[in-house]
Design a protein around this ligand. Structure first.
Ligand code: SF4
Length: 277
């Protein structure tokens, strides 16, 4: 059976950025022993159950490229030895572009996923609380990039497209753009923290999905939509695919998370594997 995502989430909470919408800080998962050394065994177990994934996502409650090299390599090697993934991605704060050895290790078979609120680096650094302009670093050019484009309330839809066009022209290694609405809270439906409050005031959320789809359909070339499995629309703009995850399906549908050596869901319950579908 094909699942959507396998997410490897570390529990260090170490990060060089201070995003005002930080999902890790909203959900506050417990700090655990990561046990990355058992990843390969768990992947083999899934393989034996005939499970494959569209995506491997190397992410974290914290910045994955801040892991020590040995752990980083253990994870990457496990995904190579038991490659049950169509595509592999590393989500980064931008720190990976200052970790040349780790970047060189993954740049051929991983896409690096970055998340931005502004093309203007000074503004992006100010809002997301980081100090190095990674997008204009030499190492940035080495990687294939997926840009998570946060839909901010301070811009119009036309301005979004204009800015995306500029990204694509300036950084030709951006292979895909993902329009990103922010999650208010992934565990409880309460606005009980400053991160969720910031999101409500500053960014679009899944409630804006229909407006986003309508605008994109009118102004770009529609490619496909898959509402059943991916919950996703896709368009093409200036030759580059732009995807949008609608988030109407239950959060976590068809995803498996690796956390603390266990295969779990987003509520940290051990997963029950689906055998068909
Ligand atoms: S990069 Fe990720 S972990 Fe770091 S502050 Fe931003 S959202 Fe949180």
């Amino acid at each position: 059976m094909k699942y959507k995502e396998f997410e490897l989430i570390g529990s260090s909470y170490k990060c060089d950025k201070n995003c005002p919408y930080c999902t890790a800080k909203i959900t506050k998962w417990p700090i655990v022993e990561d046990k990355f050394e058992t990843l390969e065994e768990k992947l083999n177990y899934l393989k034996k159950q005939d499970i494959t994934f569209k995506y491997f996502i190397f992410c974290g409650n914290g910045e994955p490229s801040l892991l020590d090299y040995k752990d980083f390599e253990t994870i990457v090697n496990a995904t190579r030895k038991v490659n049950i993934f169509d595509e592999k991605r590393l989500q980064s704060s931008g720190n990976i572009f200052y970790e040349t050895e780790k970047l060189d290790l993954i740049k051929e078979d991983f896409i690096v996923e970055i998340t931005r609120v502004s093309l203007n680096s000074e503004e992006d650094m100010k809002i997301l609380g980081y100090k190095r302009d990674y997008i204009n670093s030499e190492n940035f050019k080495k990687a294939k990039i997926r840009l998570n484009y946060v839909l901010m309330k301070n811009k119009t839809f036309d301005e979004y497209l204009e800015e995306i066009r500029k990204y694509i022209e300036k950084y030709p290694n951006i292979v895909t753009v993902s329009l990103k609405t922010l999650n208010l809270n992934t565990r409880k439906n309460e606005i009980d923290n400053p991160y969720s409050k910031w999101i409500l005031e500053n960014a679009l959320t899944k409630d804006d999905a229909d407006t986003i789809i309508e605008f994109m359909n009118k102004n770009t070339n529609f490619i496909t939509c898959d509402e059943k499995f991916f919950d996703r629309f896709e368009w093409k703009y200036k030759g580059v695919p732009i995807t949008f995850y609608v988030k109407k399906l239950d959060y976590g549908y068809s995803n498996i998370v690796y956390y603390g050596g266990e295969l779990v869901d987003y509520h940290l319950n051990k997963i029950k594997l689906k055998k068909e579908g």
